[in-house]
Design a protein around this ligand. Structure first.
Ligand code: URA
Length: 211
């Protein structure tokens, strides 16, 4: 597995919260809150290299050159439905971001991704994009989502998940070697039903309490 373009976010706060989320008896409320908190920390990591520009600011005492984020507003793209869990946390720290949605469901027999919704902000060619989905498992949805986004020719694309596995990373990197993956953990393996082991179960069901 090539790990050159995989950023493992191993900050103790992220790792601690992830462990609490993995517990099967974590309530929907605490799972959602923890995902929200981790997503804020992941947003901090994934935006670390955003371009900056100097602008003139008048403080109460004098005028100075100070830094602000350069360029058009960032786009956070949520892969429905579980991406919503990460999106909420990221928007807390990047409140001006634009938001796109991609609806993909996993065909239970073939495990391939089928698109049912796609809505993006305008001027995508001038924007940096961060795609979010908690679980990079088979990698099929993530690959399909990024393929669709590349048709709009954005300035850059990054992919953020909470958990992945060697199979998911391999599939994603074979299709999109140019897109960095940010994750809090790379678990042992994918099972035959497309679930990550040891993992944390079905992220969507755990976020929304729909099991
Ligand atoms: N999607 C999930 O929600 N969990 C997994 O383990 C794999 C895919």
């Amino acid at each position: 597995m090539s790990s050159s373009n995989v950023h493992l976010v191993d900050h103790p706060l992220v790792q601690h919260k992830l462990t609490l989320m993995r517990r099967k008896d974590a309530s929907t409320n605490s799972f959602r809150r923890l995902l929200n908190e981790i997503s804020m920390l992941m947003a901090y990591e994934v935006t670390r290299d955003m371009p900056m520009q100097d602008i003139e600011v008048e403080t109460p005492l004098e005028t100075m050159q100070a830094k602000v984020i350069d360029g058009k507003k960032l786009v956070l793209v949520s892969i429905l439905r579980a991406g919503t869990g990460i999106l909420d946390g990221m928007l807390t720290v990047v409140p001006g971001a634009r938001v796109g949605h991609i609806g993909l469901y996993r065909d239970p027999k073939t495990l391939t991704a089928v698109e049912y919704y796609f809505k993006m902000p305008g001027e995508m060619e001038n924007r940096d994009v961060i795609v979010v989905d908690p679980m990079l498992a088979t990698g099929n949805s993530a690959v399909a989502a990024v393929e669709r986004l590349k048709e709009l020719n954005p300035k850059s694309i990054k992919f953020v998940c909470l958990l992945t596995c060697p199979e998911g990373v391999k599939t994603f990197q074979s299709a999109h070697p140019d897109v960095p993956i940010y994750t809090a953990a790379i678990d042992r393996e994918l099972n035959s039903h497309g679930y990550i082991l040891p993992g944390l179960g079905d992220a969507g069901d755990r976020i929304f309490g729909t099991q």
